[in-house]
Design a protein around this ligand. Structure first.
Ligand code: GDG
Length: 499
């Protein structure tokens, strides 16, 4: 069959995510300002939204009570950005039970295989349903018949069910940014059938890795029924009754050129130079993570301690810079995690500090983009060891920034990124303290030639499969008329390495 390549150029795009891609802040004088977010997702989607015309629907991140001011502010802002931002306001109770509750205390830990962190509260599930219904009403208000609706992430899985109940017939895609867990973990969810039923209603569902899609299919087979599956490769078709769902693997990425260009700016070069001056004769080992128990920060600190105990020749020669970006502090587990990290940092510094050398530089704050870029540039080694991660963009950003191709990436087997970067990086099991310490030692001593070969592979892969590729291949899959397997990028194999 002749395949028609169509990315739905003639359809307006409606993006729906829990948060709008903006940062709203209120000054001491109660004056609001709005800034567009700088993440990869908005960088990639904004031009598509502008070209086709479109709307982004989401919660502005503000508390109850600020509704009217925020609406007015966004109306003004919409005129300048070239597409529409449509806010969905949440009450404080909804923020508690839908956002902090079901999204971040049920789905988030469950989908990262951390069952002990899960709370299965009926009131959380009810709020999740109510808020998904609220989002559905907002989407319905904004769409035309022909628009393509692209829903993002675990906060909004049930949204499609309410849209369909409201009579919305548009084509709808969904992308899961976090992993999909193995069936024996997924089945602990009291609302497991309802969640799967919603996922099966989408026209296209995107996963980060083949592992996540495989887990999803096994859960469908175990809990719902045995669908007919056609094809293999990046996008497959799952036929149940008369409905066909496409399930694809779309590893999310970054604007690789932007990171490389940032590293070349005088500002970043100066800051990088300053860092080298500040840490003379030392190699830098860098960790950058949101404060989250999935990121494996205490495990990494224990591995560094083990390396310091096992290889005394590293003392004074290797400094660990760990940046932790504040996140979800008002959830108890996160506060406990922060205390654990800080206790470990101070224990390790207490054990090994010597005149002129502090083993760990710990920063608990968000860095500016140029500061982050200078740390990426200055670090000889990056250590990215989540216990489980949908993808992990820090790993990709480090490599994209590494224009001199001399950096080494130590990467967890359980980061989604590992599917693409397994031969260029040093892969580790983050639970294996001894192996992680050995990986640190190996990275410190790796020859310049091996570093170059590995980093080149990594960078080639990231440049080729960047965020723009990700958007295009998702849209192309949504609009292709071809059923069964088809390579969206002719030679793409998500299981293969950069080669
Ligand atoms: C979820 C999934 C998936 C970090 N520190 C600073 C800073 N960052 C930026 C990084 C990066 C982002 O935050 C973190 O992205 P990750 O992918 O590493 O992790 P999550 O936030 O957990 O994201 C994940 C992702 O969604 C996309 O699908 O990869 O698996 O969990 O972009 O640069 N940015 C600035 N200062 C910092 O200090 N400016």
């Amino acid at each position: 069959m002749e395949e028609s390549v169509d990315r739905g150029e003639h359809h307006n795009l409606v993006i729906v995510s829990n948060r709008l891609p903006i940062v709203l802040s209120k000054s001491r004088k109660q004056k609001w300002t709005v800034n567009l977010g700088s993440g990869g997702l908005v960088t990639a989607l904004a031009p598509v939204l502008r070209d086709r015309g479109g709307t982004w629907v989401g919660w502005p991140g503000t508390a109850e009570g600020d509704t009217q001011e925020v609406d007015t502010l966004l109306q003004k802002h919409n005129k300048s950005i070239g597409y529409k931002l449509k806010p969905v306001h949440l009450t404080n109770q909804e923020i508690e039970n839908y956002y902090k509750g079901f999204s971040n205390e049920t789905i988030w830990p469950l989908f990262h295989d951390l069952i002990d962190h899960c709370k299965f509260k009926p009131e959380y599930w009810e709020a999740y349903q109510e808020v998904n219904k609220k989002f559905a009403a907002a989407v319905k208000e904004t769409i035309n018949d022909d628009d393509f609706i692209w829903i993002h992430d675990y906060h909004l899985i049930s949204l499609i069910s309410y849209l369909r109940k409201m009579g919305v017939k548009n084509k709808i895609g969904f992308f899961l940014h976090i992993p999909f867990p193995p069936t024996d973990i997924y089945t602990r969810l009291p609302w497991r059938e309802e969640v799967l039923d919603s996922l099966l209603e989408y026209d296209l569902i995107g996963f980060q890795t083949p592992r996540d899609r495989r887990n999803f299919i096994i859960s469908v087979r175990t809990l719902v029924d045995d669908p007919a599956i056609t094809g293999k490769g990046q996008v497959i078709s799952i036929k149940r009754k008369s409905k066909v769902l496409r399930a694809g693997v779309f590893p999310i990425s970054i604007d690789a050129n932007e990171f490389a260009n940032l590293a070349k700016t005088p500002e970043v070069r100066d800051k990088t130079w300053y860092l080298h001056e500040h840490f003379p004769d030392q190699k830098l080992l860098l960790g950058v993570d949101r404060l989250d128990y999935t990121k494996g920060i205490p495990e990494r600190l224990r591995a560094y301690r083990h390396a310091m105990r096992t290889y005394p020749e590293l003392h004074g020669k290797l400094t660990f810079v760990q940046v932790v970006v504040p996140s979800r502090r008002d959830i108890y587990k996160y506060d406990a995690l922060k205390m654990e990290i800080e206790r470990l940092v101070s224990e390790i510094n207490g054990e090994f500090s010597a005149a002129g050398w502090v083993p760990i530089h710990y920063m608990y704050r968000s860095l500016s983009r140029s500061e982050l870029s200078s740390y990426y540039s200055a670090a000889e080694i990056a250590i990215v060891t989540p216990l489980k991660d949908g993808m992990n963009l820090v790993a990709k950003e480090y490599c994209a920034t590494n224009i001199e191709e001399q950096g080494v990436l130590i990467l967890s087997e359980f980061a989604g990124t590992a599917a693409q970067m397994k031969t260029g990086a040093i892969l580790v099991n983050p639970h294996d303290t001894v192996a992680c310490a050995q990986a640190i030692f190996k990275a410190v001593h790796m020859s310049a030639e091996e570093r170059k070969t590995r980093m080149r592979k990594l960078r080639r892969n990231i440049r080729r499969y960047d965020i723009f590729w990700w958007v295009e291949s998702f849209l192309e899959s949504a609009f292709s008329t071809h059923l069964g397997s088809f390579p969206v990028v002719a030679d793409y194999n998500p299981l293969a390495d950069s080669g």
